[in-house]
Each structure stands twice: as C-alpha cells, then as structure tokens.
Design a binder for this molecule. Structure first.
Ligand SMILES: NC(=O)c1ccc[n+]([C@@H]2O[C@H](COP(=O)([O-])OP(=O)(O)OC[C@H]3O[C@@H](n4cnc5c(N)ncnc54)[C@H](O)[C@@H]3O)[C@@H](O)[C@H]2O)c1
Length: 256
C-alpha cells in the first residue's frame, strides 16, 4: 500500500484530522492521502504496533494515539493530544469498524453488542468528544465510513448491516443538529474494498458493474474531498464509491 502514489498538493494545508482505525486498511490510506495534501493526522487505533509504523512512515505530520472508540476516556485523550500537538482539530473520520458474520437466528447477542458498540456507538462517542474542538476550528468536517451495507441489506451480516444503517442515520441527524455551525457531516459508502477486513472473502464482484473490488486509495480521494473545503456545500449526504454495486445487478443468469 505504501507503493500507491498519493497525489501531492495543498488541499488540506492547515487542516488537522483525527482518523480512527487508521493503523491499516482504508484508515491508513486516508492518513497517507491527507498528509500528501498537506494535512496533519492523528492516527487512532487499538493496533499499537501498526499504528506506530504508520506514524513512522508519515513523519512529523502524524502522531499515533491508542484509541479504542468504545472508550470515552480514550477519545478525550486523543482530542487532548490533537490540541497539544497541532493546536486544533478540523476533521474527524469515524472509520474504525469490525465485521461479524452470522444470520439472525444464531447471531450471538454479545457479538451484536460488540458490533454496535464499535461501528455505531464508537462514532457517536467520537462526535461528542471532538465537537467542541471542531466547532472552535471551523470550517470542519465529520466523515462517517458506512458501507453499501448501510444502503441495502446483506444476508449473513445482521449486526454489521444494522450498524452501518445506523451510522448513515446518525450522519443525517448530526448534520441537521450542527446545521450552520460550520461543522459538516457526511457518510461514505464503500463497496467491497481489498483490506485486511476482507481477507478470505470472495472478492470476484461479477455481480457489480465494474466487476472488480476497490482499492483503499480509491476511497481516500473521496475522503480528501469531504475533508477539504471543496465540499463546503455538502452535509448530511451519502457518497457512494462501489464500482456500481448500488446501480443494480450487472449479471442476469438465464436458464434456457
Ligand atoms: N473493506 C471493505 O470491503 C469495506 C466495505 C465497506 C465499508 N468498510 C468499512 O471501512 C472501514 C475500514 O475498514 P477496512 O476495510 O479498512 O478494515 P480493517 O480491518 O483493515 O481496518 C479497520 C481498523 O479498525 C480498527 N478497529 C477495530 N476496532 C476498533 C476499536 N474498538 N477502536 C479503534 N479502532 C478499531 C482495526 O484495528 C483496524 O485497524 C470500516 O468501518 C469498515 O466497516 C469496509
């Protein structure tokens, strides 16, 4: 992933972003893309070794913090680090997420609680914890990483799908609450993307228009747009990057 060329520019000069789940996968890609555009990034995750490696790769523009999104004290610490190190916070990316498979009849209640706690309550915790700092550094942007599973149902993904629909709804309520405060809030809905989360999952995508999975940097460019002031009139909206998955079924099997 480090070999991907992230366009260098000035689109995020003067901006400070806190990205959760940024030690690997899409979150690390968002960090790389934002630093390439002149931004500073607080890399939050529970994977300390990998998070510190991202910090070492990206240098002075980043700092790693141990941030379990289910812990409100971890959130406060992350905001304190952002303000101490960079003096402000303009961007929050609620990217941390976990996948748990299982259909409704046998899905364990403790798995349900865990998925909702990380994927949905974690984002709520983050918005509450960062809001004073975001409001003090407008224009500011909250980006919630939902999924196509926040737009349509998937069999065998009961908790995940519910959490991602919830995150989409949270996005709209927050956008309305924050109104003209200068803090915007939008959701990104990736289709199947090659990351550690999708290791071992069939990524053929023959049912999707583009017939291939996405790569993290293809989502990172979208995140840079929403983080920057280029998206100044966007709030409460859904941004889909899914190779055409939501357009409908690309293949129709007809038996003759
Ligand atoms: N990969 C896909 O196909 C896909 C598709 C749609 C949406 N998404 C979403 O994109 C986001 C990023 O996923 P990814 O594919 O890069 O997966 P990933 O597993 O590579 O990254 C997720 C990161 O979140 C971190 N994390 C997990 N629990 C945490 C917690 N309690 N606190 C803080 N960090 C925590 C993990 O350590 C990991 O670094 C997730 O929200 C995921 O649901 C992924």
């Amino acid at each position: 992933m480090g070999s991907v060329d992230y366009p260098k520019g000035k689109r995020l000069v003067g901006k400070v972003a806190l990205i959760t789940g940024a030690a690997r996968g899409m979150g690390a890609s968002f960090a790389r893309a934002m630093v390439a555009q002149g931004g500073s990034v607080i890399v939050g995750d529970v994977l300390d070794e990998q998070g510190l490696a991202v910090e070492a790769e990206l240098g002075d523009a980043t700092v790693y913090v141990h941030l379990d999104v289910t812990s409100r004290s971890d959130w406060q610490h992350a905001v304190d680090v952002a303000l101490a190190r960079f003096g402000k916070l303009n961007i929050l990316v609620n990217n941390a997420g976990i996948l748990a498979t299982g259909s409704v009849a046998e899905f364990p209640p403790d798995e349900w609680d865990r998925v909702i706690a990380v994927n949905l309550t974690g984002a709520f915790n983050g918005i509450q914890a960062t809001l004073p700092a975001l409001k003090a550094s407008t224009p500011a942007s909250i980006i919630n990483i939902s999924s196509t599973a926040g737009l349509k149902g998937y069999g065998g993904l009961v908790g995940y799908t519910a959490s991602k629909f919830g995150l989409r709804g949270l996005t709209k309520a927050v956008a309305l609450d924050l109104g003209d405060s200068g803090v915007r809030c939008n959701s990104i809905h990736p289709g199947a993307v090659i990351t550690p989360m999708t290791d071992g999952i069939d990524m053929a995508q023959s049912h999707v228009a583009m017939k291939r999975p996405g790569h993290p940097h293809e989502l990172a460019h979208l995140a840079v747009f929403l983080a920057s002031d280029e998206s100044s009139y966007c709030t409460g909206a859904e941004f889909v990057a899914d190779g055409g998955e939501m357009a409908g079924l690309a293949t129709l099997t007809v038996s003759s």
